[in-house]
Design a protein around this ligand. Structure first.
Ligand SMILES: Cc1cc2nc3c(=O)[nH]c(=O)nc-3n(C[C@H](O)[C@H](O)[C@H](O)COP(=O)(O)O)c2cc1C
Length: 367
């Protein structure tokens, strides 16, 4: 990076953007980051990930257009709302219109003060790309830069972007440079094209090429499942985002920092804690309905930890039907003889121990 001579005029806008960039730079090496996952990265799961040491957590994507036009207001605000006292809130928006993206940023800053915003340039789902959002932005780097630039100008906090490599070919360096030119303070790169969806392996070589081509922190995303995968990515000089592997395994954020894998009782404790937080967050008739994806994943982990992998299908089948905490307690008790509420009460200290490494990390990152 070249250093400007002392006499050179400093562009105050660019200077401000650079200062904001330090938010990511100071945190990127402090553990893995919980990736945005629609339907999964909600407030209760972000809390759990942070508890176990996620460096920060990104919200599920929110429609900037819906928010700016005050359609789906409640929904947009709820999806991205922080839990009480949530540190390091990064809200991801999907948008195609610079003006609406800027208005959404202003609305969200008024509703609560996120620490950063993120622009989605990766979602390949039809209802998102049909509106020109998500991975469609990869077709036109200049337009993508205009959307991101509008967010940067509207926000008082840093703005990052999360992209795939391209729509059907790798154009990530070109897009990344355009985004950084427009003021992106950090980038996350999922090492697949939109056409690939989740097929094949994520291309970490392509992620490294992006990191070498820009002067902001770059995080890689794709197929990191364990501490070895985390270390390999860090050795290549990029940060790490984890998505699917953390579902049903939020202690993965502690594992990558050197934690021990939890025993069966601890898994029950984590699952119960998650379910309680979830039920409290989504008060309503069937508060655990939207937790079923997580519960199915816990079922696999739990049966392996019990040394009974053959339980997995039956446990999963029972857990994906639960609607309430009482249903969950009954399902676990009838299959395993374990009462999650009692295990949770007994293992309260274990929970503390499990979470300690994460808490320490979280405090360091906040400081
Ligand atoms: C269910 C699901 C929902 C996702 N939702 C989002 C999203 O809202 N925004 C986004 O940028 N990426 C989203 N992703 C992509 C992930 O953030 C991540 O880049 C991808 O899953 C690869 O990482 P992994 O191998 O660790 O899962 C989603 C992925 C999954 C599986």
């Amino acid at each position: 990076m070249s250093v400007a001579p002392a006499s050179a005029p400093v562009d105050p806008g660019r200077q401000r953007v650079r200062e904001r960039g330090s938010w990511f730079a100071t945190r990127v090496g402090r553990g893995a980051v919980l990736a945005p996952m629609a339907g999964f990265s909600d407030a209760p799961f972000r809390r759990l990930a942070r508890h176990f040491g996620a460096a920060w957590a990104v919200s599920e994507m929110v429609s900037a257009h819906g928010l700016a036009r005050a359609i789906q207001d409640e929904r947009g605000l709820q999806i991205s709302a922080p839990y009480e006292g949530e540190p390091l809130v990064v809200v991801q928006l999907f948008a195609a219109d610079p003006d609406l993206a800027a208005r959404a940023v202003v609305r969200l800053e008024r509703a609560y003060q996120p620490d950063a915003f993120d622009l989605n340039l990766g979602c390949p789902v039809k209802k998102v790309i049909n509106r020109g959002c998500g991975s469609e932005l990869l077709r036109d780097p200049e337009h993508a830069a205009a959307v991101l630039g509008a967010m940067v100008r509207a926000a008082s906090v840093p703005v990052s972007a999360k992209l795939r490599l391209g729509v059907d070919a790798d154009v990530s360096v070109e897009v990344a440079q355009a985004l950084v030119g427009a003021g992106a303070s950090a980038l996350a790169v999922h090492g697949r094209t939109a056409a690939q969806r989740y097929q094949g392996r994520a291309d970490w070589g392509a992620i490294a090429r992006v990191a070498a081509a820009v002067d902001v922190p770059v995080l890689g995303s794709g197929d990191v499942k364990d501490a070895a995968g985390y270390r390999q990515a860090r050795a290549a000089g990029v940060g790490v985002m984890i998505a699917r592997a953390a579902v049903g395994r939020p202690w993965l954020f502690a594992d990558v920092l050197g934690g021990e894998p939890p025993a069966a009782g601890e898994i029950v404790t984590v699952m119960w804690r998650h379910a309680r937080d979830h039920a409290a967050w989504y008060r309503g008739e069937r508060p655990l309905r939207s937790l079923r994806g997580h519960l199915a994943a816990y079922a696999g982990e739990l049966s392996v930890a019990c040394g009974r992998p053959s339980w997995s299908d039956a446990l999963r089948a029972a857990l994906v039907r639960v609607d309430s905490l009482a249903d969950l307690r009954d399902a676990v008790r009838s299959l395993s003889g374990v009462d999650p509420e009692r295990v949770h009460a007994r293992l309260g200290d274990e929970w503390q121990r499990l979470a300690e490494a994460g808490d320490t990390r979280a405090r360091e990152a906040t400081g």
